[in-house]
Design a protein around this ligand. Sequence first.
Ligand SMILES: [Zn+2]
Ligand SMILES: [Zn+2]
Ligand SMILES: [Zn+2]
Length: 270
Amino acid sequence: MKITYLGTSAAEGFPAIFCNCKFCNEARALGGKNIRTRSQSLINDDMLIDFPQDTYHHFLTSNIEGDRIKHLLITHSHSDHLYPEDLVLRYGAFAHNMRQERLNIVAGGNAYDMLSKTEQHGITLLKISPFETIQLGDYRVTALPARHAIGTGALIYVIEGEKNILYAHDTGFLFDEVLEFIAEKRFSFDLISLDCTNVDIPISDEGNHMGLPNIRRLVCRLNEIGAVSASTRIVINHFSHNAAPFYDSLVEAVRSDGFIVSYDTMTIEV
Ligand SMILES: [Zn+2]
Ligand SMILES: [Zn+2]
Ligand SMILES: [Zn+2]
């Protein structure tokens, strides 16, 4: 099982679309792993997570044949995770000879409502609720409530295939009920992908996102309940430009934690 990080920034991108701060200007000059586009990942070659404005760019840069995608999980309705307008291009004169005639889209809350109002062709829209599990081809997908954009039904996902992945973007510190559910179900993760929007900008555990101190506390909790072990890959992802998310400096900042710093196009085999 593999996961490819197609986009690794928060909503504004890095460099941010309209920003002239010193971090963004330095990122423009450095290029490479310091250029971060909006949040999206690919599991194996057939399941996308999120559908931001940058999806088309991701398909070009990572050589993804969009018509082969079978499943799409949506975490929430923010535009860096859901840009439904491009889904309209899945039919007729826009899309010939698709190898997957139907795309399963799984969403909850406001994201589901937005998608249900979008023109649909070749799409099977599936509604998922917090703590619900559905089977999608070879994957078992469980939705859990995110501490993010409260009131909009934002979700994080557990994806069970050959290996088990917890994909937690966007979210603040996991709710107690989520940690209890993970313990109850005896999930044991091979990879966890955690919201690191703030990096070292302080944010409380009740906040909408996390930074490194929150992530360190969360990894301890997940370790205590047996969901994470020494062999679990821990990836930090979804960075704000305000936190100066330069690849090399992030790698240095988490060297002793053993965390993996995501960058656009990074693939991890688990
Ligand atoms: Zn986001
Ligand atoms: Zn900036
Ligand atoms: Zn968000």
